[in-house]
Design a protein around this ligand. Structure first.
Ligand SMILES: NC(=O)C1=CN([C@@H]2O[C@H](COP(=O)(O)OP(=O)(O)OC[C@H]3O[C@@H](n4cnc5c(N)ncnc54)[C@H](OP(=O)(O)O)[C@@H]3O)[C@@H](O)[C@H]2O)C=CC1
Ligand SMILES: O=C1O[C@H](COP(=O)(O)O)[C@@H](O)[C@H](O)[C@H]1O
Length: 512
């Protein structure tokens, strides 16, 4: 399998399915989430292999079974200017399209921001390095910040690394990649500014069959403005136009539904790719492999053996200028409702009928629908204060100039969640997420029950917790899977110890 057939080689970055760039109709897969009617309906989407098959066999459905497919004129919505040109129709017929050279323009909207710098540009470069981008691609940065092409390249170059060991010609590749990056400064609600972007794109596309991808790396409250302006003024005249939408997808069910409704005034469902980058993390991808392809784990995966499951996210840095976005959402909407909930659903689902994305999605939805509504008494929230670390004074959340004075937005939350189904009845799923804590880590910790009538209980004293098995999937940093087991310390006598059966990814040859 070549590197372009999986996003796993880009594990620490935003994951793109390379086939997103193919001239095909999107269908369901694991990398992109599509919320349905309620906030708890999370879906995943990918690009299918043939248009006709995708159209025939796939219909996006919400948790209540209603189709979420592309809007038609019967929806009573305005005509959809961004609708993909179906293959076989439009300016080019299918066979004509095959003979025409095509290009893909990727516009990162919010290019000056944290996500763009930390993840999107590095991920695009990683795809380029692995030859997973189409031959004729260009990248546009779009934001309000004033910059020229050189300044954008300079900004991006600081974030690009050859993250995988033994990379050859990395510097040359970086330079080549940067030469394909351009910048356009504009307002998010200005049709005029998007028209200017369109002009610049046309020049670079140079008469080719032009596909366009817009990545919304911006706060959600401006998603619709951007989609409107892009659709009216900068959608492709002859190729497809697609939009990647970042989480959080609304603040609650109502706003999520409203967002979908508004986006669908300008986009068909198969043009919208909702992304959760945690699904592209190596360990999250491995979660299902571990469980479904090893006989030893699956029989233990239930209330009979598991005492609790902990889903932990902590960062050792604060908002650092991202208060404009973060303060409107808080840690529950920023991390728990999407990243941790996705992991929970993957962890707890029943065996899907197949690895087909829709089958996986259906199982995840069942988990979410079986979840008990969260009670206030099962939640703790907090906000970080100024503190010192390594002799350095770190600001409080409300010291961040981008955070409104007196804000009470939580930057830390812990919650006990329950899935009221036969497999998980009574097992707490404990979520913890926080910013500006002591360490940066993301983990899934599975604590098993005590061994009934443990013959060696005296060796553990009264604290039987010390003797429980624990399976840890460390998502980051230093990806690892380890199982804490009890064993005898070699030598005379009967002294017990807890050791780790360890798979350290760093030490694994697969990653090299
Ligand atoms: N940061 C991360 O690691 C991740 C972020 N995300 C999601 O990506 C999106 C963007 O996040 P992130 O990059 O961190 O956010 P930022 O706060 O860095 O915002 C991105 C850009 O949007 C513009 N912007 C910021 N606030 C406003 C505002 N109030 N009104 C208009 N424009 C604004 C700024 O550009 P300018 O002023 O130049 O126009 C900024 O550079 C969010 O939806 C977030 O949930 C998802 C995964 C990870
Ligand atoms: O979605 C988000 O994720 C990042 C953390 O992502 P990671 O891959 O670096 O763990 C978080 O910092 C940000 O607040 C949030 O919007």
């Amino acid at each position: 399998m070549g590197p372009c057939s999986s996003a796993s080689s880009l594990s620490s970055s935003t994951s793109f399915t390379p086939s997103l760039f193919k001239n095909e109709t999107p269908r369901l897969s694991k990398f992109f989430i599509l919320p349905g009617k309620s906030h708890s309906s999370l879906w995943v989407s990918q690009v299918g292999s043939t248009t006709t098959l995708a159209r025939k066999h796939f219909q996006l459905k919400s948790s209540n079974g209603h189709p979420l497919d592309a809007v038609s004129s019967h929806d009573g919505l305005v005509e959809n200017p961004l609708a993909s040109k179906p293959q076989g129709e439009g300016l080019f017929s299918f066979s004509e399209q095959e003979n025409v050279e095509s290009s893909v323009s990727i516009t990162v909207v919010g290019a000056s921001g944290d996500l763009a710098k930390k993840k999107i540009f590095p991920a695009l470069f990683a795809l380029y390095y692995e030859d997973c981008l189409p031959k004729n691609f260009i990248v546009f940065g779009y934001a309000r910040t004033k910059m020229n092409d050189e300044e954008l390249r300079n900004m991006i170059s600081k974030t690009l690394t050859c993250r995988i060991d033994r990379r050859e010609n990395c510097e040359d590749k970086m330079e080549q990649f940067l030469q394909r990056c351009f910048y356009h400064s504009g307002q998010y609600d200005s049709e005029e500014h998007f028209a200017e972007l369109d002009k610049k794109m046309k020049m670079k596309e140079d008469g080719k069959l032009a596909h366009r991808l817009f990545y919304l790396s911006i706060p959600p409250n401006i998603f619709v403005n951007v989609v409107k302006c892009a659709s009216l003024r900068a959608s492709s005249a002859n190729g497809w136009t697609r939009v990647i939408v970042e989480k959080p997808f609304g603040r609650d069910s109502e706003s999520s539904g409203e967002l979908t409704r508004c986006l669908k005034q300008y986009l068909a469902e198969d043009q919208i790719f909702r992304i959760d980058h945690y699904l592209g993390k190596e360990l999250v991808e491995n979660l299902s492999v571990l469980r479904f392809s090893n006989l030893v784990f699956e029989p233990l995966w239930s209330r009979s053996y598991i005492r609790n499951v902990q889903l932990i996210f902590s960062e050792d840095f604060g908002t650092e200028g991202r208060g404009g976005y973060f303060d409107n959402y808080g840690i529950i909407r920023d991390i728990m409702q999407n990243h941790l909930l996705q992991i929970l659903a993957l962890f707890a689902m029943e065996t899907p009928v197949s690895l087909d994305a829709e089958d996986i999605r259906n199982e995840k939805v069942k988990v979410l629908r079986s979840m008990r509504p969260l009670l206030l008494e099962d939640v703790v929230v907090g906000q970080y204060k100024g503190h010192s670390k390594g002799g350095k004074l770190l600001p409080a959340y409300t010291d961040d100039p981008t955070v409104p004075k007196g804000s009470v937005t939580p930057t830390f939350a812990a919650a006990a969640l329950f899935i009221d189904n036969a497999r998980w009845d009574g097992v707490p799923f404990l979520m913890k997420a926080g910013k500006a804590l002591y360490t940066r880590r993301a983990e899934i910790r599975v604590q098993f029950r005590h061994v009934p009538g443990n013959l060696y209980r005296r060796n553990f004293g009264t604290d039987l917790d010390k003797a429980t098995n624990e399976l840890v999937l460390r998502v980051q940093p230093d990806e690892a899977i380890y199982l804490k087991i009890n064993n005898k310390i070699p030598g005379l006598g009967m002294r017990l110890d807890r050791s780790d059966l360890n798979l350290l990814y760093r030490a694994s040859s697969i990653i090299n």
